[in-house]
Design a protein around this ligand. Structure first.
Ligand code: BG6
Length: 485
């Protein structure tokens, strides 16, 4: 079977000399070309303020592709020459955007492209408003073919700024043209959540307050801020991870069955979840910040000592939250979310703990504990599922033991497609299912607005630990504990 190709298009990236383009987009685009999913005459036009020539841009791209080892390095140089173009955006004034529009038309004419355009904003938050103005004033929101606008996170820094950004976007673009990226939605295992829930009736029939005791969503990272302090110190874990990635996972776990498997039906259900979550108060949130210490036997700097971080910074590098979903399905089932940098390992997992049997026949001695069944959905690394359940230890009438049934993607499918590749293909085929709609992004900011404007105290934690000790209150008060990391 031949690989389906995407329609011929021009892929325009604003912010094309930045990290996101060089480390994520370019390698993913290159892979899609390599796999034949994007083919000639489609090309990429990078645009940025840097006054560099097209050749310099190609050299920069080449250098990063080599560093990222995007497949084989053979053929990289001719590919860069054939596919990469560059337009300097200067000061980013209206005439610069007019020049960009002119360049777009030139390339399209020279390559015989039909005028399908992706406008990808790989820009920091502060640069989004001017870019929207520039694109609008140059008439770039419409073209001879389709035009799709891709916006990266962070999408705002609170409810008011997200609303204002949406207003700006909607001045020139229709919502059907807008693709707000949350790269977690592109992860194969995240997409599989819907299949897992709605294609397996036995799972779905247990997926409610009658059978589920509580749910934990954990995104733990062992790395620190890694040279991104300038951005991170103004964001923190709530804005960087919770408002987007973790909350997206919550919506997919908690949503109802959509009327159809299509973008708006699914996104409607996600928005309903967000509307039914009670806004967390100060007693539902614990913030932490890592100190200096040792990870894997190596000394690591504390957050406040990281280059670019303010010495008195109170930015949280860890956040744990307890949420209640006031819906028919989930009333009374706590959802615990946590994420942090410099935790013991990189691991993203959702664990659903089921209720214990009403009467335990088997816990006949103090010595042995019967654990409730637990389903862990492992999003990374080692993608798959674990179902922990109790079995009888042979020969010992009174003893049970917890065992795991494991499924690993890698055992069955080998390499899984990278999230960015999936999302880029969806943009090119016009499928908005895995992108965050305007009302969805606003609802998720609304949820955390009070916490963000009046943050709780920030507790210290050592690198390599499971976060600040105080976070155990969130689960402990309800008689639970955090799962091991
Ligand atoms: C990004 C955050 O959105 O997600 C980073 O800005 C974080 O701080 C990253 O490290 C985690 O993504 P992943 O795919 O590695 O879990």
């Amino acid at each position: 079977m031949s690989t389906p190709t995407t329609p011929p298009h021009l892929f325009v990236v604003l912010g094309a000399t930045g990290d996101l383009m060089m480390r994520k987009l370019l390698p993913s685009l290159h892979k899609l070309y390599q796999k034949g999913e994007i083919v000639s005459p489609s090309v990429i036009l990078g645009a940025a303020r840097k006054p560099i020539s097209e050749d310099q841009f190609r050299a920069l791209g080449l250098q990063h592709l080599v560093e990222e080892k995007a497949g084989t390095t053979e053929g990289l140089e001719p590919w860069c020459r054939e596919v990469l173009h560059y337009q300097c955006l200067g000061e980013g004034g209206p005439e610069d955007y007019q020049r960009l529009a002119e360049r777009i038309r030139q390339i399209e004419a020279a390559r015989g492209l039909p005028g399908n355009r992706v406008l990808y904003l790989a820009l920091p938050l502060g640069a989004l408003h001017p870019a929207m103005e520039g694109l609008g004033s140059a008439g770039l929101s419409r073209g001879p073919g389709w035009t799709r606008l891709v916006v990266e996170k962070p999408f705002g820094r609170d409810l008011a700024s997200a609303e204002s950004l949406n207003r700006d976007i909607h001045q020139s673009f229709k919502e059907e043209q807008v693709y707000r990226i949350d790269h977690y939605l592109g992860k194969e295992t995240v997409q599989n959540l819907l299949v897992f829930r709605f294609a397996n009736l036995f799972i779905e029939s247990l997926w409610n307050r009658q059978w589920v005791e509580h749910v934990q969503i954990t995104v733990s990272e062992s790395l620190g801020v890694e040279g991104r302090a300038e951005y991170y110190d103004t964001a923190g874990a709530m804005r960087d991870m919770v408002q987007n990635h973790l909350t997206q996972l919550l919506t997919l776990i908690a949503m109802e069955v959509p009327g159809a498997f299509e973008a708006d039906a699914i996104r409607n259900e996600k928005v309903k979840v967000l509307r039914s979550v009670e806004r967390p108060g100060p007693s539902d949130v614990v913030f932490g910040q890592y100190t200096s210490g040792k990870v894997d036997g190596k000394d690591v700097a504390g957050y406040r000592e990281e280059p670019g971080v303010r010495a008195d910074s109170t930015t949280e590098t860890y956040a744990a939250i307890r949420l209640r979903v006031a819906s028919w399905r989930w009333h009374g089932v706590p959802f615990f979310l946590r994420t942090g940098k410099r935790l013991p390992r990189k691991s993203t997992r959702i664990t659903v703990t089921f209720k214990a049997p009403p009467i335990s026949f088997f816990q006949l001695s103090e010595e042995y504990e019967v654990n409730p069944d637990r389903l862990s959905i492992i999003l990374q690394p080692d993608e798959g599922f674990d179902l922990a359940f109790e079995i009888k230890v042979p020969g010992e009438a009174t003893r049970t033991q917890t065992h795991r049934m494991k499924f690993r993607y890698s055992d069955v499918f080998g390499e899984i497609r990278d999230a960015y590749e999936t999302l880029l293909l969806d943009v090119l085929s016009g499928d908005q299912t895995l992108f965050v709609r305007a009302d969805e992004v606003e609802e998720s900011w609304r949820l955390y607005d009070a916490i963000l404007s009046h943050p709780p105290p920030v507790h210290k934690y050592s690198p390599g630990s499971a976060g600040p000790a105080e976070s155990s209150q969130l689960t402990g008060e309800l008689g639970y504990r955090w799962n091991d990391l």
